[in-house]
Design a protein around this ligand. Structure first.
Ligand SMILES: [Zn+2]
Length: 212
């Protein structure tokens, strides 16, 4: 169906849908017609869910994970070990690691990995915030209830860019007085954290290796 035959509201929706990852013109048209056919309540529910997502979901001011409260439930949980920080690339990695139930520390989400080819440098990621978070936790006047960070576990993906990001982080963290470790190499090279099984992730956390 050519674009000229759609109403302007349909065209606007199709245009918005084609901006989503993995949605081409054909799929966008199919989704638009589906929305048109279904009950108004269902379509309005979808619109409200998108609106709520943008209005309520933010990055945690401590770990940058996605959350509706700040700090996020993990940072706010007094049962979590705040002396332990696991650094990951994406919020989806936190979800994968949490499903193992093996990790009781906190996280730090970089929101990406270093990629010189794609123009992603240290400034584009939450790296300075990680260094500062560690430094502040080590200050003698950090305040009552602040736990000094004693170990940072690097949990970037086991591929070229993830490894490069880890090397860079290790060099930035080397001057700070604490342990830096890397998730164990049981993780298959080139496979994202999201894709590996619970058991493999649990092994990777337990068998982590010290870098400095
Ligand atoms: Zn948090």
């Amino acid at each position: 169906m050519s674009q000229a035959s759609h109403t302007s509201a349909m065209n606007r929706l199709i245009q918005q849908l084609t901006r989503l990852p993995g949605i081409g013109k054909r799929s966008a048209e199919r989704i638009a017609f589906h929305l048109l056919k279904q009950s108004p309540e269902d379509s309005f529910d979808l619109a409200a869910a998108i609106r709520d997502l943008k209005a309520n979901v933010h990055h945690c001011s401590i770990c940058f994970n996605l959350t509706e409260s700040d700090p996020c439930p993990i940072c706010a949980d007094p049962q979590r070990d705040r002396g332990l920080v696991l650094v990951v690339e994406q919020p989806s990695d936190v979800v994968s690691l949490e499903t193992t139930g093996m990790y009781r520390g906190t996280y730090h989400v970089l929101m990406g990995r270093l990629s010189p080819l794609e123009g992603v440098g240290p400034g584009e990621l939450n790296i300075d915030a990680l260094v500062k978070r560690v430094e502040v936790s080590h200050m003698p006047d950090a305040g009552a209830g602040t736990t000094p960070i004693r170990e940072v576990i690097l949990g970037t993906n086991p591929n070229l860019e993830g490894d490069g990001t880890s090397m860079y982080l290790a060099s930035r963290l080397a001057k700070l007085k604490m342990k830096v470790s890397r998730l164990a190499r049981g993780l298959p090279t080139g496979v994202s954290l999201e894709a590996v099984s619970k058991a493999v992730l649990a092994d990777a956390i337990q068998g982590r290796q010290e870098m400095s």
